[in-house]
Design a protein around this ligand. Structure first.
Ligand code: NAP
Length: 255
């Protein structure tokens, strides 16, 4: 039997990169997928890709930083799609101003990045708590190498703080929700070639080299490389795993 048969999986930021790959991968394992993204067309494109692949999918526009919208979409999905049993908190943005950058730009980076990458994870999790409790569901949060360290490639303090926060939130939720039968884990991607870093890859070969020099597998990851860990953490294969982060970083954190 497919690993995610009879599940309904919500994926945020599913219109691109890692989220899109996970949505397609989950559908191949039998889940009905709900693609959420700030970009409606992108979410719908992901749903169309899933459908063309023989899977079941729905798409809705959602900005995860808007708490009321998260609550409204959770209600709508409950009515129109069914009881969600898997939540992937994937939506994220990156900014590259250091703390010594122009003050207004640094403040904007902080508000945008924390609002999406951390408060967004809180908002969506809270919005879907009722169906996740009822289904003894699974939550998969997308962390980073920067859940542990800062990388000077450059990256903003906001991004590093947000991803440290995602790991802390993962552990806190795992502790509180374990008795409810909900498992909460994270994935820690390394340097993954997606639209998120397309410009940096195109204009900054030293950045890519710095990462690859530190990556035992010696290549950037692909969005598809994240799918196996995401299936593992959402399925019964990981029935006794909670509060963990699975690094999918080509070995970056090992050296
Ligand atoms: P991506 O290709 O840019 O995809 C992210 C998606 O999320 C985009 O469709 C984006 O829309 C959407 N999004 C942005 N803000 C949103 C919001 N407020 N509400 C809903 N959707 C929103 O990036 P990715 O590389 O797949 O990244 C996915 C996750 O992996 C992020 O959490 C990221 O921090 C994490 N991650 C990535 C890497 C990497 O090397 N790529 C490494 C570690 C962790 P727009 O395109 O319109 O902004």
């Amino acid at each position: 039997m497919a690993l995610l048969q009879n599940h309904i999986a919500v994926v945020t930021g599913a219109g691109s990169g890692i989220g899109r790959a996970i949505a397609i991968g989950y559908a191949r394992e039998g889940a009905r997928v709900v693609a959420l993204d700030i970009d409606r067309d992108a979410a719908e494109e992901t749903a169309a890709l899933v459908t063309a692949d023989g899977g079941g999918a729905a798409a809705f526009v959602l900005d995860v930083s808007r708490r009321e919208d998260c609550n409204a979409i959770a209600k709508r999905i409950g009515e129109e799609v069914g009881q969600v049993s898997i939540l992937v908190n994937n939506a994220g943005i990156v900014r590259r101003n250091g703390m010594l950058g122009e003050a207004d730009a640094v403040v904007k980076d902080w508000e945008d990045v924390i609002g999406t990458n951390l408060t967004g994870v809180f908002n969506v999790t809270q919005a879907f708590l009722a169906p996740l409790r009822a289904s003894k569901g699974r939550i998969v949060n997308i962390g980073s190498i920067q859940s542990f360290v800062h990388v000077r490639t450059p990256s903003s303090p906001a991004y590093t703080a947000s991803k440290h926060g995602v790991l802390g939130f993962t552990r806190a939720l795992a502790a509180e929700l374990g008795k409810e039968g909900i498992r909460v884990n994270a994935i820690g991607p390394g340097f993954i070639a997606t639209p998120l870093n397309a410009q940096a890859r195109a204009t900054n070969p030293e950045l890519v080299k710095a990462f690859m020099d530190h990556t035992p597998l010696g290549r950037p990851g692909t969005a598809e490389d994240m799918v196996g860990p995401a299936i593992f953490l959402a399925s019964d294969l990981s029935a006794y795993v909670t509060g963990a982060i699975v690094m999918a970083d080509g070995g970056y954190r090992a050296v």
